[in-house]
Each structure stands twice: as structure tokens, then as C-alpha cells.
Ligand binder design. Structure first.
Ligand code: ARG
Ligand code: ZN
Length: 889
């Protein structure tokens, strides 16, 4: 069933208090719920509809009296009280549930012997009958009863107010959450867990107990997570003035989890992958992800929990904002440029293609069949989160840090304790700053990536420099005609020496506008592009033709098409004071180069690499004044997905051949520099997670990967040496990956060696699965099929599925193999997975969604698989939505 934003109605009933009791059992769990229900309008007696799924109703009482059969109605998805009493009443419901059998990992389920919950978006209805919608905010208590030996730890939201033993070897704990919350933030955990304990002193002087819970053997791996949590708590106080509001904050790591993590009030539940780390077992990327996600979930306490969403269409209200906050946190803790580059690459590789395909939808969708399909996160990326964060960033770009903070303060002042909409956030930003935001709200309602074209001209006689903008938002399913958007373009002008020209004023459509300044010279200003056609900005007193640095720090989530020449771009690559744009200039050059080589490849012309490009990268690689991680990013070619996204008909074979060709060509021409880079960036010191060390490792690792691509025994030896001498996972795994690029005995041996070293650590084994699955080695589908049978693999564990099956879809040459073997593999697995876990299956099926982008042969092969999936018996709504929309568009 499709649900529409325009159909939103206020609930007829509110819930004031919710008292839950769980009696945890080995076969079934009994859930008792006692709710105080208030009609929204006094005296109106409409029916009360509760959601429920996979529940066995045991009893139902209203005001202490068992309800008669004719007073309610149950179907597979609802419990409807046909004539509830008028006025406030208590509703008591008892249900049986079967967490042991719950493989969907939604609601209450078991993970490695422990009970845990995941309720967002609509999982609470798998626990008890409830108005499962975020605008129902209530105060909860939760009593948990369970076997004391099997479940020594019993956790829920808020404060522990009572605990003790009861008969039959059982014990109980009673939790009370003083804050009103929607049911999607409810959580329960019970099991054999230990905690790492610490405290945080808030700026107002409250001491908060911090506990990170894992199985006993993993406690040593929670040091970094605890560091991250404390850093996040401090950062939110410093940057947003937001303090934690309870005396206890719990984090629990579980191995079976659909997403990255969940912000349940004071009881965050995490995928183990995003908590557990040690230098030997986790890479720099893992450490960075843990920092970001611990921050993200903690930040939700204010942006999500204290102020929540009125309905699920508003998801971006909390997710866009919280992703923005975690990005800023990570930037402040590490390197801002490098973080921005990573985020923009992600946006380009995952969100842009989605935005141009059948699953395109606005930041605030107009409709959905299954809300889960609009979530993204650590493993899979998309609109609501990533583009939503860009929308929040644009407010900051337009208002400046102080203006943005004012808007945030007003937002909390107005809406603390409420369930609100994206307009409410917009209004707070606007009102706090008296800003004119005209049509900014279109960012929430229009799908598609705007294409902005810029042309420049310099008038030497008048000493003026003009930039003309025009924009176009491409049609997307259900939205054929688009309005022009409000696009902030951060701009700087470089003189011929590469220095920034101070900006004081410009003419916009003939009107003089001065550049805001605090007395200091200004080198970057934000142009507000709002019209569809020919919007002109003119700068005067410009004494020579400048080079424009456009869209600095990527000030809007758009595609930009400018008239910059290659030599302008090389100039920017060498000189731009905006480091992001320096990288960007290199990427634009690389994208152009790759596209033209792809055309050559398709015409069977020999491939020749432009020496200027080699020279450009060579000077970056040997420039010791540059930041090492920046060099590593600049040396990384645009992804295959990004290039295919720019083609009329995506050609995975050509793109792959070209990217490999450039890599090898660069490696052979820059051999000396690369070898020097590897050698000079070794370190025998202990692992430290900080920017300089990560930068060093990143640079060394990319240099090694380039060299190894040459399939020269000398460099294979070198990689083997790095593999053996590595003292941390970052370097060990990078060496393994470098070696694994090339088929052969060395590869097989090292892969086997790595497995035998790490078979006891499931998170490392997942890396091993992913590395093999993503391999571009031809015919890899057979290897992946064999790995499905590997004793360490399990289709019920999402991380393993994401590593092996998701990893496989990450190799375009193999997934899109022209014999259809990749499609067939995925088609079969989606059908199997859907029976186990629809959320995971639907994430996998989205790999098919852009099937029309390929040639006819591939199209018909992919379509055949989608048709097969659609004809499967008992298909979930999750997979149905993605598969049917992919076929329809
Ligand atoms: N709110 C969580 C986060 O911070 C993700 C929720 C996952 N939801 C889901 N339907 N699987 O990102
Ligand atoms: Zn979130």
C-alpha cells in the first residue's frame, strides 16, 4: 500500500503514558502494555486503530474490563477498537511474540543469544499493538523480566529505578524514561554483556555515566568508541551549546543489525562493526566511521529525539541535520578538506546516480510503500540522508556560522518536545536571521540533480568580469516539469599569479551588491543563483582576466558545467586557495580524460594518456608542501560509477578498461616517485589514530596499490614485504588488497594466510569476504558463489551479506558481465534473502534499479531477473517497491 504525504492527518488519540512489561522466554516473550489514551478532541469518539504485525493477541482490556469480541477487530496488520469510551481511558493489551524466529531484525529479536530491538521506522508494531507513528509521544516505563543466568544484563531507556530477583531463577529491572518520546526510540537489550565504564562531566556540572556494552571478550576493543563518545559530547556543547540530559548513556554493540546504528533514547544500539576497533583489526576508515557514527547517534539526542519528526516523510528533518552535524564533527576532529572530499565523492558515486534513476525522490518524498527503503547510512547511501545534509549545509553557507547557530537555537526554543516538519526547521532558520529564502523549500520537494551552466567573459577595456549562470533540473519519475532552485555558489577569483583577488562588490542583474565583510579582505563570496536563464554577475575593477574558482567547498549539491579550459583547470589544481576546489579541478580533468579515452576505447583506437595529466599528478605527488592525505585523494581517479553516470549508455567494460589503463600508465611513468613515497612513509611507531598518521598511511597505501598494478615481481615482493611487516590492519589490508589485484598463486596464498590469521574475528573475516567479492578479476562470480558456501558465511547476518553480495555488486565489470551471470546471481539471492530479511533484500535489489542505463543485451538480462523477482511468491513490500519502480520508470 502506498502512503502519501498529502494524506497526513492528526491522530484522533494521543498516548500520555506507556507502561510496558516484557517477560522474556526461550520460546516466546509475553508483552504487557498499559497505555493512557486521550482523545485529541474531547468527546469525539472515533475508532482507535492500532498497528500490529506478527503478534498474537492474548487479551485486551479497556478501563480494567476485558473487551468484548464485538468491540474490536483484528486483521494481519491492525487492531481496531470500534467504539472506545469518550474521554481519557486506559488500554491494556497482552501479546505473545517470538523473537527467536524473527530474522527480519526489526522489532524484538535475538542476536548471538542476546535480546535486542530495532524499532525505527515501523518496527514497534512487531512488539505490541500501538499507534506506530512518530507524532505519538509518550512517557514510558519498561519492566523486563528474564532468566538471571542467560540474561544478567537488562537495559531499556532512561533511568534504572528498581531491580531485583524473582522466583524461578529470574530477575527484573524497571526503567523509566522521563522524556516523552515516539515509540521508534524505544529500546530493550537483555543478555550476557559487560561494559566499559567512564564518565563525562557536562558544562553545567552533571556527571554522566557512560557505558559501552559488548560480549566480555570485546571490551578491549571499545577504547576508541568511548573516546569518540566523549569527544562528541564535548563538541556538541562547544559548537551548539547542547548538553546531555540524563545521568546515564548506554551503547550496546550487536553483531546482527540491518543498519549502522540507532539513536534510541539513552540506549543507542550499534552494529558491532561501528563500535569495535583495535589497531590490529580495524582500519583507519573503520576508526573514522566509528567516530562519525558514534557522534551521529549521540547528536540525535537533540536533533531527532528531543525534537522529532511529525511523520516519516520528514525523515530528513532529523537525518539530514544529524548527518550534517556528524560531518562537521568529523571535520573538526580531523581534516575539513579531506572529509569534504570524501563526502562529495560519496554523493557523486551513489546519490547522483540514484537521483537520475527510477528511484529518484525528493529529500522529502511524496509517497512510499515501505519507509525502510528511504533509509541509508554507513553501508548504503541515498537521498534523505546525504542530500538532506547538503541542504542543511546550504543554510549554513548562506547564513554563516553565527546565523546558522541562531537558527538552531530558535529551532530548539520553539520545538523542544515536539514532532515537527521540515518547514518548521526552515522557518526557524529564516526567522532567526530575518533572511529572504524565497524558493529555498524547493530543495525538499524537487528531485533530480540541478545542472548549472556557467559562462565567463572578461572585458579588458571596461575592466569587468562577467559570469552568466543558467540552470536546469532534469525531469524525474512523477515530476516532469521543474522550477528553478535557489543555489548558493561560493566563488573566488584568482589572478595570474594564483592569488585570490579581494572581492568588495558586484553587479547582479544590474544591481550593485556589496560583499559582506568584517573589515578584513574577503576572498570568497556566495552568489545566489535563483533564475533559470542567464543570470549575470559582473565584477568591476578587475585588471586582468581572472580564473574563477566556482562552487568552493562544493557549496550546493549540483552538477556544474563551466567553460573553464584544461589550462584553467591545471592552474586551479596548482593554485586554488580552496583546497577542495584544487582537488575538484583535478577530478574534472580526470573525468574529461576518462570520458574521452572511453570514446577511443569504444572506437577501438589505441589508448594514449595525456602527458600533461601525468605531469600534473607528478607535481602533486612530489610537492612536499602538500598535505599527504590531500595528495592521496588527488591521486585517486574518479570511480567507475561516476564515469558511467556521465555516459548516455553506460559501458562498464570500457570504463573499467580505461580506468585500469590510466592506473597502470601512471604507475609506470611515476614509478620512482611512487616507490619513494612508499619507502618514505613507513613507520615503525605504534598505531595512532590522528590525522598526520592516517594521512601518511593513506598516501603510502595508494602508492603501493599503483605500483602493484604493474604486475611486476619487484613490486609484488614489495607488497608482500609490506603485508608481512605491517603492525596494523590499515597497512596490512592495503598490502593484501594491492596483491589481490592480480590473479595468481601469490594472491591465493596471501588470501589464505590472511584468513588463517583472522578466522576467529568475524569483522576481519568480513573484510576478507568483501575484498574477494569486489574483485574485478574476470569470472569472479564463481568465486563468490563458492564463498557463499564458506563456513564463515551466513545469509542471516546483514554484515556478511553486505560484504559478499553487496561487495560483488561493487565490481561493475563482474556484476554487469555481458553473459548475465552477475545478474542471475543477484536475482537468485534477492529471492532467497527476501524470505529471511526484507530490508537487506531490498538493499541488494537496488543494484538493479538503473538497468536501463546499459546496452540492450544487458537491459534484457537485468529485466528478466527483475521480472523473476516480481513473480516470486510472498514478495515483501520492501523488495516489491524497488523492483516495481525500477521496472516502471
Ligand atoms: N536512525 C538511524 C540512524 O541514525 C537509522 C535507522 C535505521 N532504520 C531502518 N529502517 N533500518 O541512522
Ligand atoms: Zn541518523
Amino acid at each position: 500500500k502506498e502512503i502519501f504525504l498529502k494524506d497526513y492527518k492528526l491522530p484522533d488519540y494521543y498516548f500520555d503514558t506507556v507502561d510496558l512489561k516484557f517477560s522474556l522466554g526461550e520460546e516466546k516473550t509475553i508483552v504487557y502494555s498499559k497505555i493512557t489514551v486521550l482523545p485529541r478532541v474531547e468527546g469525539a469518539c472515533s475508532p482507535l486503530t492500532l498497528n500490529g504485525q506478527d503478534l498474537k493477541l492474548v487479551s485486551i482490556k479497556v478501563n480494567n474490563k476485558e473487551l468484548k469480541k464485538e468491540d474490536y477487530h483484528v486483521d494481519s496488520r491492525h487492531l481496531i477498537l470500534t467504539s472506545p469510551p469518550s474521554g481519557t481511558f486506559t488500554l491494556e493489551i497482552v501479546t505473545d511474540i517470538y523473537p527467536q524466529k524473527n530474522t527480519s531484525l526489526e522489532g524484538l529479536y535475538k542476536s548471538s543469544g542476546n535480546f535486542c530491538t530495532q524499532c525505527e521506522a515501523e518496527g514497534f508494531r512487531k512488539i505490541t499493538f500501538f499507534q506506530d507513528r512518530p507524532d505519538i509521544m509518550a512517557k514510558y516505563t519498561c519492566r523486563i523480566e528474564g532468566d538471571k543466568t542467560l540474561y544478567p544484563v537488562l537495559l531499556s531507556n532512561g533511568n534504572l529505578i528498581e531491580q531485583g530477583d524473582i522466583e524461578g531463577g529470574k530477575h527484573y529491572a524497571l526503567w523509566e524514561d522521563p522524556f516523552k518520546k515516539p515509540c521508534y526510540l524505544f529500546a530493550l537489550v537483555a543478555g550476557q554483556l559487560e561494559s566499559r565504564d567512564d564518565t563525562f562531566l557536562t558544562r553545567s556540572g552533571r556527571t554522566v555515566s557512560l557505558r559501552i556494552w559488548t560480549p566480555a571478550q570485546d571490551i578491549p576493543k571499545t577504547v576508541h568508541a568511548m573516546y569518540s563518545l566523549k569527544a562528541a559530547m564535548k563538541w556538541d556543547e562547544d559548537v551548539f551549546g547542547l548538553e546531555y540530559d540524563l545521568d546515564l548513556f548506554n551503547i550496546v554493540a550487536v553483531p546482527d543489525f540491518n543498519m549502522g546504528a540507532m539513536e534510541n533514547k539513552s540506549l543507542n544500539i550499534f552494529n558491532s562493526k561501528l563500535v569495535l576497533a583495535s589497531p590490529e583489526t580495524a582500519s583507519d576508515a573503520d576508526y573514522a566511521a566509528i567516530l562519525g557514527v558514534i557522534g551521529h547517534e549521540y547528536f540525535h539526542n537533540w536533533t531527532g529525539n528531543r525534537v522529532t519528526c511529525r511523520d516519516w516523510f520528514q525523515l530528513s528533518l532529523k537525518e539530514g541535520l544529524t548527518v550534517f552535524r556528524d560531518q562537521e564533527f568529523s571535520s573538526d576532529m580531523g581534516s575539513r578538506t579531506v572529509k569534504r572530499i570524501a563526502d562529495v565523492s560519496r554523493l557523486r558515486n551513489y546519490q547522483f546516480p540514484q537521483d537520475a534513476g527510477p528511484m529518484a525522490h525528493p529529500v522529502r518524498p511524496h509517497s512510499y510503500i515501505k519507509m525502510d527503503n528511504f533509509y541509508t547510512g554507513k553501508f548504503f547511501n541515498g537521498k534523505v540522508y546525504e542530500k538532506g545534509a547538503e541542504v542543511v549545509r546550504m543554510y549554513k553557507t548562506l547564513l554563516g556560522s553565527r546565523g546558522f547557530r541562531k537558527g538552531m537555537d530558535l529551532y530548539f526554543k520553539r520545538h523542544d518536545g515536539q514532532a515537527v516538519t521540515c518547514e518548521d526547521f526552515f522557518a526557524a532558520m529564516r526567522d532567526a536571521n530575518d533572511a529572504d529564502f524565497s524558493n529555498f523549500l524547493l530543495w525538499y520537494s524537487q528531485a533530480g540533480t540541478p545542472l548549472v551552466k556557467v559562462t565567463s567573459s572578461y572585458d579588458a577595456k571596461a575592466q569587468t568580469y562577467s559570469l552568466k549562470f543558467s540552470q536546469e533540473v532534469p525531469p524525474t519519475p512523477g515530476q516532469s516539469v521543474k522550477e528553478p532552485m535557489f543555489i548558493p555558489v561560493a566563488l573566488g577569483l584568482l589572478d595570474s599569479k594564483g592569488k585570490d583577488i579581494p572581492l568588495t562588490s558586484f553587479y547582479h542583474e544590474g544591481m550593485l551588491q556589496s560583499v559582506p565583510s568584517n573589515g578584513q579582505p574577503v576572498y570568497t563570496t556566495v552568489l545566489q543563483v535563483k533564475k533559470q536563464k542567464e543570470e549575470e554577475f559582473v565584477f568591476s575593477d578587475i585588471s586582468e582576466r581572472p580564473i574563477p574558482s566556482l562552487l568552493r567547498s562544493y557549496s550546493a549539491p549540483i552538477r556544474l558545467d563551466s567553460d573553464l579550459t584544461d589550462s584553467d583547470l591545471f592552474f586551479l589544481l596548482a593554485h586554488d586557495s580552496d583546497e577542495f576546489n584544487r582537488w575538484e579541478a583535478g577530478q574534472i580533468l580526470a573525468r574529461k580524460l576518462m570520458l574521452s579515452l572511453v570514446a577511443d576505447f569504444q572506437k577501438n583506437k589505441p589508448l594514449v594518456l595525456n602527458p600533461k595529466f601525468v605531469h600534473g599528478l607528478k607535481s602533486i605527488l612530489s610537492d612536499s608542501s602538500l598535505e599527504k592525505e590531500f595528495i592521496a585523494k588527488a591521486m585517486t581517479l574518479p570511480g567507475e560509477g561516476e564515469i558511467m553516470d556521465m555516459m548516455v549508455v553506460a559501458d562498464p567494460d570500457a570504463v573499467h578498461a580505461v580506468r585500469s589503463f590510466i592506473k597502470k600508465q601512471l604507475a609506470s611513468e611515476l614509478k620512482e616517485e611512487l616507490l619513494r613515497t612508499v619507502k618514505s612513509n613507513r613507520s615503525s611507531e605504534q598505531y595512532v589514530f590522528n590525522h598526520p598518521n592516517m594521512a601518511r598511511r593513506a598516501l603510502k597505501n595508494i602508492a603501493l596499490a599503483y605500483l602493484t598494478s604493474l604486475e611486476d615481481p619487484e613490486f609484488t615482493e614489495l607488497a608482500l614485504h609490506e603485508y608481512k611487516s605491517a603492525t596494523n590492519m590499515t597497512e596490512q589490508f592495503a598490502a593484501l588488497a594491492a596483491i589481490a589485484q592480480n590473479p595468481g598463486k601469490v594472491r591465493d596464498d596471501v588470501l589464505a594466510d590472511f584468513y588463517s590469521k583472522w578466522e576467529h574475528d568475524f569483522l576481519v573475516v568480513n573484510k576478507w569476504f568483501a575484498l574477494q567479492a569486489m574483485s574485478d578479476i574476470s569470472g569472479n562470480v564463481e568465486n563468490v558463489r563458492n564463498l557463499l558456501k564458506h563456513p564463515a558465511f551466513d545469509l542471516r547476518n546483514p554484515n556478511k551479506v553486505y560484504s559478499l553480495i553487496g561487495g560483488f555488486c561493487g565490481s561493475p565489470v563482474n556484476f554487469h558481465s555481458k553473459d548475465g551471470s552477475g545478474y542471475k546471481f543477484l536475482g537468485e539471492l534477492v529471492v532467497q534473502l527476501d524470505k529471511i530479511n526484507p530490508q537487506v533484500a531490498s538493499r541488494m535489489v537496488s543494484a538493479f534499479s538503473r538497468w536501463r542505463r546499459y546496452d540492450e543485451t544487458r537491459q534484457s538480462l537485468a529485466k528478466a531477473q527483475l521480472d523473476l523477482i516480481m513473480s516470486a511468491n510472498g514478495l515483501s513490500e520492501n523488495v516489491f517497491e524497488i523492483a516495481s519502480k525500477s521496472l516502471a520508470a
